[in-house]
Design a binder for this molecule. Structure first.
Ligand SMILES: N[C@@H](CCC(=O)N[C@@H](CS)C(=O)NCC(=O)O)C(=O)O
Length: 200
């Protein structure tokens, strides 16, 4: 299996961590045109959305986007199950969606912030920032539900928070969420997190 991704992509890091937590044999490949994925021949040939991460199976089949990649990897009967089958399944998946939404907002704000001055919308950046602050408050209030360790909601939330640190340090989410800050520091100590931590 080959995961096409960029080191700084939070979606890609989440999928890579899932593979490591499952003990799966996976090769990480960087796109050849990282700044314009729609021009990357491999990414475009395999994923018309031209996004990373894209997972390539050994027979060439492509799987995207990251929630589907994570579900696929978790379905392989190796390693611990990262999403429970029982009553809490949809609670866990909803918390994963919260974390994925944080990543979406943080990536959108980043893309907006690097547009030329005249084209940049501060209102758009502020909207994504407010979304992330609401999500941080919700996670701080509901931290006990996220658990810790190798469960997909915990993995996704910790990855989203690290991405905020890298791309939006000004949000200073720790000031508003001390319990989350301590929890996040512990999650980042897991070997799968250390192995995938992007150089900022
Ligand atoms: N919903 C997708 C989002 C993936 C995504 O937005 N990836 C970014 C990199 S972090 C990307 O490929 N952007 C390229 C583009 O939008 O042109 C997922 O979960 O995989």
């Amino acid at each position: 299996m080959q995961l096409i991704t960029l080191a700084l992509s939070p979606f890609g890091r989440k999928a890579h961590i899932v593979a490591l937590e499952k003990g799966l044999d996976i090769t990480i490949t960087a796109p050849t045109v990282p700044t314009a994925l729609f021009q990357d021949p491999l990414v475009v040939a395999k994923n018309p959305l031209a996004k990373v991460p894209t997972l390539l199976l050994d027979d060439g089949t492509a799987i995207y986007d990251s929630p589907v990649i994570c579900a696929y990897l978790d379905s392989l009967r190796q390693g611990p199950s990262l999403v429970p089958d029982g009553a809490d399944r949809f609670g866990v998946l909803t918390r994963v969606a919260l974390a994925d939404g944080m990543m979406d907002a943080a990536v959108a704000a980043r893309q907006e912030s690097i547009r030329p001055g005249g084209e940049r919308s501060q209102a758009c950046i502020d909207k994504q920032r407010d979304l992330n602050l609401r999500a941080v408050a919700a996670a701080e209030a509901d931290l006990a539900s996220f658990g810790s360790g190798a469960r997909l909601d915990a993995i996704a939330l910790a990855v989203a928070l690290t991405y905020l640190d890298i791309r939006h340090p000004g949000i200073a989410w720790r000031d508003r969420a001390p319990k989350l800050a301590a929890w996040h520091a512990e999650m980042e100590q897991r070997p799968s997190f250390v192995a995938t931590r992007p150089a900022s």
